[in-house]
Design a protein around this ligand. Structure first.
Ligand code: SF4
Length: 211
């Protein structure tokens, strides 16, 4: 998380260019800013770097902008992810500068952290615990991570949002970087029974074995 100062320092664990492998923008080239740190500790988290102190990189807004231009000079889209970008206090200042640089800006969040900042072109909320109604309704996309045996309360929550939000995805919980076909089958069954309200997100980057 960043510190309060006139020149904020952001803690990241990775910046890389690739394609988005999940959800609505699957296949779109993006520069990914992966923030270090997350207030949650999901047992199945597949992003171990964000908790590794050795992986923490300290960057200023200027150094982030330079790195984005270096690795993705022809890529107009930037995705803020983590870890948990919404737990980064100075994030709005970075967003302002990224927008000045002309970037399409998306954010993927569990919803845990500060208020949703202005300036985002796209917000994905992937709830891991209860998220305020305001944040859920602000999301352009809601993505539920579903294991092979979802609880009744998770299914109820999925069905609830499927009836009131136009863009709800189910993403099978993987085994680290490997697909879990039990979870995939469960998601598929829910999608097929949803009368077209749910969509399946399969993390195509993992099948293609690209970052
Ligand atoms: S919210 Fe996301 S980044 Fe944080 S621990 Fe859970 S899965 Fe990992």
């Amino acid at each position: 998380m960043s510190q309060q100062s006139s020149t904020p320092i952001f803690f990241l664990c990775d910046i890389f260019s690739s394609i988005q492998g999940e959800g609505t923008w699957s296949g779109r080239a993006m520069v990914f800013l992966r923030f270090w740190g997350c207030p949650l500790s999901c047992s199945w988290c597949d992003e171990p770097l964000h908790k590794d102190p050795k992986a923490r990189i300290e960057m200023t807004i200027d150094s982030i902008l330079k790195e984005i231009e270096l690795i993705g000079p022809k890529i107009p889209s930037v995705l803020l992810t983590g870890g948990e970008p919404l737990a980064v206090k100075e994030l709005p200042r970075l967003i302002v500068e990224l927008k000045k640089a002309g970037k399409w800006l998306g954010m993927e969040s569990s919803g845990v952290g500060y208020d949703i900042p202005d300036g985002l072109d796209w917000l994905t909320i992937s709830p891991k615990k209860a998220v305020s109604l305001e944040k859920m309704e602000r999301a352009n996309e809601i993505k539920f991570i579903v294991g092979p045996n979802p609880t009744k309360s998770q299914k109820d929550e999925i069905n609830h949002w499927a009836t009131i939000h136009p863009n709800v995805w189910l993403q099978p919980l993987g085994d680290g970087n490997q697909p879990n076909f039990g979870a995939t089958k469960t998601c598929l069954d829910l999608v097929l029974a949803s009368q077209g309200r749910l969509r399946l997100s399969t993390q195509i980057h993992k099948y293609l074995k690209i970052p």
